[in-house]
Design a protein around this ligand. Structure first.
Ligand SMILES: [Zn+2]
Length: 321
């Protein structure tokens, strides 16, 4: 079954090694994606703002477009919703450009438009640092990694600038992504926006109690807004006690739980491919149908279609049309 994936770090990985998008040793390359039946892959430009700046971000975007141009027989960019079906009709996969770290606009809202003009359609507001837009559920200021993973921040959310930022994103037609954001930030996004938003790569906190995952209440609020959370395949966020290898069975446990709490319309996929250090039972993008077969034990074909691509496409249609 075809799938849409809301998050991977492949663009930054191939830039750093000057590797090819078509064939490489990462989780995602075009051959593996094709084999896995990918319809659309979001490519996040991850920027570590303590080591890199917006020049780096723009350089990775340049490289991303060079790679799309070289491989336009297999994959093409998406700027508006209709591009997805056009690409599909021509036998091509689709690529959607996103930013993981919203502060690369250098505190200047007019740069938001310039990134929009470069094709960016989704922004993960923060990574793991406070950044002028808001605060994450994470603090490098603490020294204990266990504490970091469980550090829920329900006091610091969006800044005044962050509120202007998400409102401007909605005006431009960009999708707000709350993965990594603090719990307070999540509720601020809920308060200061009106359109559906996403958690591009976050799971259920009830199943894996780490701060990167969503509480039941957050899942319910996200679903009520018409948003979607994308299943993150990183073992720490799937099964924080057995985190050597991500098992498909455990991935499905999150999907079943999120569907139970928020309904079948709020769950999608957000692999975090090439941002994950651990081993995966599905190995890489080519193994995506293993997940499909496991889901068949619990869900109807129509329900799996929603999980694999229709829920995310519903949000894209609303924001990117
Ligand atoms: Zn991330």
């Amino acid at each position: 079954m075809k799938y849409v994936d809301m998050h991977c770090d492949t663009a930054t990985c191939i830039y750093e090694e000057k590797a090819s998008l078509r064939k490489n040793h990462f989780h995602n390359d075009l051959e593996k994606m094709k084999k896995g039946d990918c319809l659309l892959q979001n490519f996040a430009i991850f920027t570590d703002i303590r080591k890199q700046d917006s020049v780096f971000t723009r350089n990775v975007i340049d490289y991303y477009y060079e790679q799309l141009e070289e491989n336009k027989d297999l994959i093409r960019p998406v700027y508006k919703f209709d591009d997805i079906s056009k690409n599909e009709a021509q036998g091509c996969m689709s690529a959607l450009l996103t930013l993981e770290e919203g502060s690369v606009i250098d505190n200047d809202l007019s740069n938001l438009k310039s990134f929009y003009d470069l094709g960016v359609r989704m922004i993960t507001l923060t990574w793991n640092y406070p950044n002028g837009i808001g605060y994450p559920n994470f603090s490098y200021e603490k020294d204990n990694y266990h504490a970091l993973l469980h550090n829920i921040n329900d006091k610091d959310g969006l800044t005044d600038f962050g509120i202007k930022y998400v409102r401007r994103m909605e005006e431009l037609g960009m999708i707000v992504d709350v993965s990594h954001l603090s719990d307070k930030g999540f509720y601020d996004v809920l308060e200061y926006t009106s359109k559906p938003f996403v958690a591009s790569h976050s799971n259920a906190r009830k199943i894996a109690p780490v701060a990167r995952n969503l509480s039941d209440d957050m899942i319910i609020r996200l679903a009520q807004r018409g948003g979607v959370t994308g299943l993150n395949y990183c073992s720490k966020f799937i099964d924080d006690e057995n985190d050597k290898i991500t098992m498909v069975e455990k991935m499905v446990e999150h999907i079943r739980y999120i569907a139970k709490v928020g309904g079948i319309d709020c769950i999608g996929l957000g692999s975090d491919f090439d941002g994950i250090g651990n081993e995966l039972e599905i190995k890489d993008a080519s193994g995506m149908q293993l997940l499909y077969h496991e889901l068949q034990k619990y869900f109807t074909e129509e329900e799996i279609e929603k999980i694999f691509y229709k829920n995310v496409l519903r949000v894209y249609q609303e924001i990117l049309s």
